[in-house]
Structure formats: C-alpha cells, structure tokens
Design a protein around this ligand. Structure first.
Ligand code: HEM
Length: 451
C-alpha cells in the first residue's frame, strides 16, 4: 500500500455531462463506465465537483466504519443541510450527530414499527380504491400520497386540521426545497417572489403547525401511550436531561419526511413496473400471500432496491488524511459510496441486470455490497420503517387487485429532486379482485395476512 497522495484513475466525464447524465437518469450508464476504470475512480459527482467513487465492498467498509473526525457524513457541506435546518441529522456531525441519533433510533426500532402496519394498510386501501380498472394508471403519485399520509400519521402524529394543513403545505414546499438543494446560487433573498423568500414563507407556516403539534403533545395526558415518532421524541431526553428544542423537533420531522417520502414511493412505483414485467414472480407472490408467507416478498423488495435503487449512493467528505486502499485521500475530497456501480457488479451479483428476487431468498444482503440505505453510523434511520411500509403496501395491493402483465419496454429512470423514480410513474393496469386474497385455511403456519 502506498502512502502517496494521489487520485485513483479518472473517468473522463466533464462536470456538466456528469450532471446532465445524473439528472436524466443515466447514472447506471455512468456506473458501467466507472467500473471500466476500476472499482475506485475519480469522478465528477453531479453538482458537487470532483470526488472519488468507491464500489469495492472492502473499501466501502473502510469508508462506512471510518471515524467522523476523518470521514464526515454530514454538516454544512451536505447537500440537504441548507434546506432542512441546522438541527437536521443531515446538518449535524460527530458528537452532536451521535447524540441526536441515540434519541432517533428507539422510535425507529424494528419492533416498534409493528404498530404502524395498520396505518400503511389503511392508506393503501384508501388509495387503490380510487384507481380505475383496465386502463393505464401511473402509480407514483398515488404511492406518494400513501407514503406522505403514512409519515404524517406515524411520524408527526398529525390528525384533523394539522394533518390537512401539512398535506397541503408540504408537497410544494418539498419540491421547491429539492430544487434549491440542487441550485445553491438561488439560496438567497432576491426579492419578494424569489424562490428563497417563498421557501422561507413555507418554513414559517410549517413551524407554526409543528408548534401546535408540540403543544398538543405536551398537554396530552395520554402522551405516554402514543406510538407516533413525535410523541416518543417529546418524551426523549439528552444525556444532560434536556429535551429536543422546538427548532430541533421541526428540523428532525422535516428531515424524516423529506428522506422517507419520495424514496419509499419511488421504490413502490418501481415494484409495479418490475412485477408487471415479471408475471411468474407476481404469481408466486400471490401464492405466497395465500400461504401466509413473506420470504419471497422480502426478497423481492431487496432485489427492487438493488436493481432500481432510488438513491445513487451515500456521500462522505474527507476531513483528515484518509488511506483508502492504495490512495491517501486529502481533506476536502468527496467520497461517493457508489450504490449503482456496486449493485450492477457481476462479481457481486451474477447476471446483475436480471431481476431475480430468488438471489435474496433466505439470504441476508451483504452490508457492504448492497447499500440502498447507505451504511455505518449514518445508515438510514428509517430503513425498518421503509421496509415494513413497502412490505405492507405491496401485500395489500396484491391482495386486492390483479396487476395485469405487460410486455412494454422497461420504464427508464428519472431523477425527481430527492430520488429516482420510473420515468412514466410506474404505470399500472389493474383489475379488482372480487374477493381479496386470503390465507388458505390449510396453508402452512406462517404470517397472518393482517399484520
Ligand atoms: C426506500 C426508502 C428509503 C431509502 C432508499 C433511503 C435511503 C437513505 C440513504 C441512502 C441514506 C444515507 C445513508 C448514508 O449516508 O449512509 C438515508 C439517510 C436517512 N434516511 Fe432514509 N431511505 C429511505 C426511507 C426512509 C424513511 C422512511 C425515513 C424516515 C421516516 C428515512 C430517514 C432517513 C434519515 C433521517 C436519514 C439521515 C440519517 C443520518 O444522517 O444519520 N429514510 N436514507
């Protein structure tokens, strides 16, 4: 191993081309190109300048397990830090991040999630009741409604007026915020109608609603029995006995929403796109529901996240000299843990472009080769929430409607501000089942259909 400061081989894609390819969904193309030059390459990371893309599991492990004093995972440099607030997990680093994460992890623990299953199921039933039969319906918007409503109920604990107001306020605000995340030069006050002024106007309205939710929570005699994330955070205390401030709660809830809404909806829209093109898997999934199982459904979700990752990878910034394999990276260097390149590597996933959930049947995905949720101390805090939500939405959908198979071309990728989604919105064609699929009485013992 050398200790010279130098960069890995460079993929010859100029910044604007790399950005244009990224936004138009060409990231898989660039991932292929990157692999031609090796598993660690110097690239233009869309919008962030030159950095190092890593797609070697052993080195990914080094990046994910590096100390935050050497490799930073968040802070003022992070793209989302400016629009989500100073106490957003994306804006915090080192000890502050760790302290906050200790408070955030318990509400997102796998077992706690079980209480949200009925919310996911209700929201799915409400949404699919509106889908027309026998015609093309793009599902992305519908999936976004499911995931937004689910977060407002399960995370914000919102109902009635606050629920309605957030529902109206958040989608346009998040859209504007995503745009401003990618256009830093517009993040200043350029007059009353400027995007930044509008953004701050939304923020003020948002804070007023969250204030009301916090006040209601603090007055609620049944706060201790509530299961929503806000209720749990209101009761949580830092080591010094202090609760999260109003500002911090507002930043955290917003971050959970922005990180958890489009990502989950995009993956669900991809599930419709993929399964309509893989009818044998669809039939097996339906049979599995009747048998009361869920192993194939889980494997299918893993395979969806591998082949149709909605986030291209995880970003880090070197803050002290960092030896990564043969290279000594200098402070200031950006690192992209390159999910697209890892997930399409034939040595890690044979026949990588084949949609084959069986590869994950009974197999736990490798922590450093399968990285749709990132990794290390920054790994997606909502991963268990997202996985349960995708599981329940997919199961409920298949129970109640038949997805009509298609031989149409695969949908392409499109970047939607926070995450990638299918270009035509994951078009469904459905037929309502006269009776929902139910677990057969003689099915082997397994999961009950009602979660
Ligand atoms: C399919 C759905 C989702 C995907 C693909 C996804 C992906 C990711 C990725 C790649 C990261 C960065 C990890 C890293 O830097 O190592 C992340 C972070 C994060 N995600 Fe998710 N996410 C999803 C759903 C959710 C949900 C449902 C929530 C919350 C309700 C959530 C909340 C967060 C938060 C708060 C962070 C920042 C963690 C930190 O910096 O400590 N995500 N997510």
């Amino acid at each position: 191993m050398s200790d010279h400061a130098h960069f890995p081989p460079k993929v010859p894609l100029p910044g604007p081309v790399a950005t244009a390819l990224f936004v138009s969904g060409g990231s898989r193309l660039t991932a292929r190109l990157r692999r031609r030059y090796g598993r660690v390459v110097t690239v233009n990371i869309a919008g962030l300048g030159e950095g190092v893309a890593v797609a070697d599991p052993a080195l990914v492990k080094r990046v994910f397990t590096a100390k935050p004093e050497v490799v930073s995972g968040g802070g003022t440099w992070a793209p989302l830090a400016h629009t989500l607030g100073q106490r957003s997990p994306f804006a915090l680093d080192r000890d502050e991040h760790l302290q906050q994460r200790r408070l955030l992890l318990p509400p997102f623990h796998g077992e706690r999630m079980a209480s949200y299953a009925s919310i996911f199921e209700e929201e799915t039933l409400r949404e699919i009741a509106t889908w027309p039969e026998d015609c093309d319906v793009p599902t992305l918007d519908g999936m976004s409604r499911i995931t937004l409503n689910a977060i407002l109920r399960a995370v914000f604990g919102a109902q009635d007026d606050e629920f309605d107001e957030l529902l109206e306020l958040l989608p346009p605000w998040v859209k504007l915020g995503s745009f401003l995340t990618t256009a830093p030069w517009l993040r200043k006050d350029l007059g009353p109608w400027s995007p930044w002024r509008r953004f701050l106007g939304y923020r003020a309205r948002y804070e007023a609603i969250v204030d009301r939710l916090i006040d209601q929570g603090r007055r609620d005699p049944r706060l201790a029995e509530r299961t929503d994330v806000l209720a749990l955070l209101l009761q949580a205390r830092y080591d010094d006995g202090e609760p999260m401030s109003r500002q911090e709660l507002a930043d955290v809830l917003l971050s959970l929403l922005v990180a958890g809404h489009e990502t989950t909806a995009g993956t669900l829209a991809w599930s419709v796109e993929r399964l309509r093109r893989h009818p044998q898997i669809l039939r097996r999934l339906e049979r599995e529901i009747e048998e009361g199982g869920k192993e194939l459904r889980e494997a299918t979700i893993h395979e969806l996240q591998r082949t149709r990752s909605v986030i291209g990878g995880a970003l880090r910034k070197v803050v002290a000299p960092f030896q990564l394999g043969d290279w000594l990276l200098q402070p200031g260097t950006m690192i992209l843990v390159d999910g697209f390149a890892l997930h399409s590597d034939p040595e890690l996933f044979p026949e990588p472009y084949r949609f084959n959930p069986d590869r994950f049947l009974g197999v736990k995905p490798d922590t450093y080769a399968w990285v749709p949720f990132g990794g290390g101390r920054r790994r997606c805090v909502g991963a268990a929430f997202a996985q349960l939500e995708m599981d329940v939405v997919l199961r409920t959908l298949l129970q109640h409607v038949e997805l009509v198979a298609t031989s149409e071309r695969d949908e392409r990728w499109r970047f939607r501000g926070v995450a990638f989604a299918p270009s035509r919105g994951g078009v469904a064609r459905i037929r309502r089942r006269p009776e929902p699929l139910r677990v057969h009485a003689d099915a082997p013992v397994g999961e009950a259909v009602a979660a």
